[in-house]
Design a protein around this ligand. Structure first.
Ligand SMILES: Cc1ncc(COP(=O)(O)O)c(C=O)c1O
Length: 170
């Protein structure tokens, strides 16, 4: 006869195994070893792998308890009242831009036809929300070797229609 196991105890056993698995498979190397955080690639530690398996055992596959905790703790860290977790950087850019079109901002809001200064060498979804909304992107070149916007040329891009500067730093 099968012994009935306590689900909570089983969960703890699984999570202990996950920690053991992490150490065996990934060691301490996923953060680059030298303390640097790589720009791209899979960057995670033992805690993140454990949380991932933990929520998978709830079979809660959309934003759930860890997402809520992340929003609260990030808001506290940043000293802001609200924080909304989204699925990607592109979605975050879209929401940030759309927030700037809100009528609540009165005359300061971005309207269709307004100009938004952005960087010529960047990620497509920095520019996409500007175009999608019907505003006009005005491109400023980068400076080398940083590949960041050339601040010395920002003034040239300014016009009476300019409402915002939307860029990402490399
Ligand atoms: C500046 C910038 N914006 C947006 C993104 C897009 O992020 P996601 O792939 O999460 O939509 C990237 C991705 O590398 C990025 O570098």
């Amino acid at each position: 006869m099968n012994e009935q196991k306590d689900p909570q105890r089983l969960r703890e056993e699984i999570l202990d195994k996950v920690r053991e698995y992490y150490r065996a498979e990934f060691g301490n190397n996923s953060r680059g070893g030298d303390g640097r955080i790589p720009y791209a690639g899979r960057v995670f530690d033992e805690t993140e792998l454990t949380y991932l398996v933990d929520v998978s055992l709830d079979f809660w596959l959309t934003a759930g308890r860890y997402a809520e905790r992340f929003e609260q703790e990030l808001a506290a860290f940043l000293g802001v009242r609200f924080c909304s977790l989204v699925n990607s950087g592109s979605s975050a850019n879209l929401l940030a831009f759309m927030a700037l079109t809100s009528p609540e901002l009165g005359e300061r809001r971005i309207r269709r036809g307004d100009e938004v200064i952005t960087v010529a060498c960047g990620f497509p979804t920095t520019v996409a929300p500007i175009v999608q909304y019907g505003a006009t992107p005005v491109f400023v070149d980068v400076s080398l070797p940083t590949y960041n916007i050339d601040c010395a040329r920002l003034a040239e891009a300014l016009s009476k229609k300019t409402k915002a500067v939307m860029i990402a730093h490399t």
